[in-house]
Write a protein that binds this ligand. Structure first.
Ligand code: SF4
Ligand code: SF4
Length: 481
């Protein structure tokens, strides 16, 4: 229940974005896209939550703007709005004192007429770019999921050729960059590229297995890697799968990997960048998950991310999958360490495996209904090392899957191109002879939310086919994790 003297503040990591026919409340994040669409009235009210106005003052504004007859009805509207907006995460803080950290918006920038309001998932410009700066790596991991052989054949753009693309993204107010590859630090000019991202205040995460010298770490720190953007800190993830040198070498097929990665971790810590240690668990290293955390916690690492091996397509081997017993053992080990060290942040699917009938069911209507929307071409645009546009991280880097060329077209030209729109809104006849062609959910599934065309391609060899998670897809011997 709101009190008249309460102060409401939109948390700074939740950013208002005007997408012409709708306004989004988008979380500034270095690793995942998250947003909600606001209706026209809610957009204006949220833009007023500046951490200074009292609820009483807001109610006066709301009554005036929306013609509510009294404070009671305006207050019910505001309370319902806060319940909706804060349902999954607290986006609006209810405070007793004014604060200076809230971002001040101009409500006039977030006016959408109710007649023009459109709720659909596809945005008028990307919220984030997925950039493949380098197809190169210093390692050759057994579980790699990238199409490296095709990616390495592409003529990589020079640092200078990337600059106009980054400038365009900045001018379009795209604030989030996801870095993939190859290893984003796999080129000699990678640190300079990261510095260019920092100069443009992008939020991003680096995930690498390349050696980071003290000089490299210093360059990043001096360029502002540690400076939060709207309260969000960028992350620097170093992948280390095992504290055992031989197993670490085996997993990365790289001699002396553990020593180099440890040196990178210490160099990052020395310049004030707090690294995350990331591990992929397979039958070769799952029993060392606890040792890995303890070893690097002793060196000063506070954050860990552990993922169970997932189908990697380009070099997949069934023997890399963990059995449910192995997943349970690793998860129990990690939970015990987390209990002993409550100061550590330990995340990832390997930390919480529960062998329940629901997690074990391969697919179900319930899981399908609550699946995430596909971000490819709706909120996110990928750019290959040669500037070609590509829609999803693990797609093959070859001609049928490119949807434009950023060396010849602008970001918006690619975003609105026929090639890209054909991926997002494929004609129904492309699905002939598949369960999709007669499916009553086709519009909602394929056009509104998007289906995972990548998994359809990997499991059935066809983009225009239900993915294996769809309960109407034929049974196929294709396991994801
Ligand atoms: S993937 Fe195809 S069959 Fe499955 S729900 Fe969507 S449209 Fe229907
Ligand atoms: S194609 Fe699949 S993996 Fe790629 S963005 Fe869409 S849902 Fe995600």
């Amino acid at each position: 229940m709101l009190k008249d003297e309460n102060i409401l503040a939109l948390k700074p990591e939740w950013v208002l974005v005007n997408d012409l026919r709708k306004v989004l409340l988008s979380r500034l994040s270095d690793d995942r896209l998250e947003y909600m669409t606001l209706d026209p009235a809610s957009s204006v009210v949220i833009s007023l939550l500046d951490g200074k106005k009292t609820v009483k003052e807001l109610l006066d504004n709301i009554r005036y703007l929306f013609d509510f007859p009294d404070d009671g009805s305006a207050k019910s509207f505001l309370e319902q709005l806060l319940t909706n907006v804060n349902e999954r995460d607290e986006k609006v803080a209810i405070l007793n004192e004014p604060v200076s950290w809230a971002v001040r918006y101009n409500p006039l920038d977030f006016l959408v007429s109710p007649e023009e309001f459109e709720k659909g998932c596809r945005l008028t410009k990307p919220l984030s770019l997925l950039i493949f700066f380098s197809g190169w790596c210093q390692t050759n991991c057994i579980y790699c999921y990238s199409d490296l052989s095709n990616m390495r054949r592409l003529e990589h753009l020079s640092l200078m050729q990337w600059m106009p693309i980054l400038d365009q993204a900045h001018d379009l107010n795209i604030r989030m960059i996801q870095l993939s590859g190859g290893d984003p630090l796999g080129r000699p000019d990678s640190i300079k590229f990261l510095v260019s991202l920092l100069e443009r205040k992008f939020v991003f995460m680096v995930s690498t297995k390349c050696r980071i010298s003290l000089e490299d770490a210093n360059m990043l720190a001096d360029a502002g890697f540690n400076e939060p953007i709207n309260g969000i800190r960028r992350s620097f993830q170093v992948s280390i799968d095992s504290p055992d040198p031989q197993i670490a070498d085996y997993m990365t097929r790289s001699t002396g990997y553990l020593g180099r990665a440890t040196e990178s971790i210490l160099n990052l810590i020395e310049v004030g960048i707090n690294p995350i240690v990331k591990a992929v668990l397979t039958p070769f290293n799952y029993q060392q998950a606890g040792d890995l955390i303890e070893t690097f916690a002793e060196l000063g690492v506070r954050s860990f991310r552990l993922a169970n091996y997932g189908h990697s397509h380009y070099r997949h081997d069934n023997c890399l999958f963990l059995s449910d017993e192995m997943k349970t053992e690793a998860s129990d080990q990690i939970k015990a360490i987390a209990f002993e060290h409550p100061d550590l942040i330990i995340e990832g699917d390997a930390t919480k495996f529960e062998p329940s009938p629901q997690t074990l069911a391969r697919r179900s209507e319930e899981k399908w209904k609550v699946r995430a929307s596909c971000s490819a071409g709706r909120t996110n645009l990928g750019i290959a090392p040669d500037g070609k546009a590509i829609l999803c991280e693990q797609m093959p880097f070859s001609i049928p899957y490119f949807v434009g060329d950023l060396t010849k077209q602008s970001i918006l030209d690619v975003w609105n191109s026929t090639e890209l729109l054909k991926f997002v809104y494929p004609p129904k006849e492309f699905f002939t002879d598949t369960p999709c062609s007669g499916c009553i959910d086709f519009q909602e599934c394929v056009y509104d939310r998007g289906y995972c065309f990548r998994e359809a391609l990997f499991a059935f060899g066809r983009l225009h086919h239900p993915p294996p998670d769809c309960p109407r897809a034929p049974e196929v011997d294709y396991r994801l994790v």
